[in-house]
Design a protein around this ligand. Structure first.
Ligand SMILES: [Zn+2]
Length: 92
């Protein structure tokens, strides 16, 4: 599926997918973030959605998080998905 936010050709069909558990979401003074599955650096929701990259790749330090992104190199492409379905119509 084409994603206007990700101009590069990324084949998301082959991407690893993981369900997000409540403990995968971290809260900092600068917002919510996940741990990058490749380099372990914080990946803020904003950066995942807007840039498709973690803060390690973007070299963007989160002041309130102790992870030093200065020497991190990362090739992970990130995308958040929300899966949706609805309850079957209840028969009344
Ligand atoms: Zn990363």
């Amino acid at each position: 599926m084409a994603n206007a936010n990700a101009p590069d050709d990324v084949d998301w069909n082959d991407a690893a997918r993981m369900e997000l558990e409540p403990d995968a979401i971290h809260e900092s003074e600068d917002g919510y973030y996940f741990d990058c599955p490749e380099c372990g650096s914080p990946a803020t929701i904003e950066n995942i959605i807007e840039k498709g990259r973690c803060n390690g790749y973007l070299n963007e330090q989160i002041e309130s998080v102790g992870f030093d992104v200065e020497n991190v190199s990362c090739s992970a492409r990130l995308q958040l998905e929300m899966a949706y379905t609805s309850d079957p119509e209840s028969e009344t």
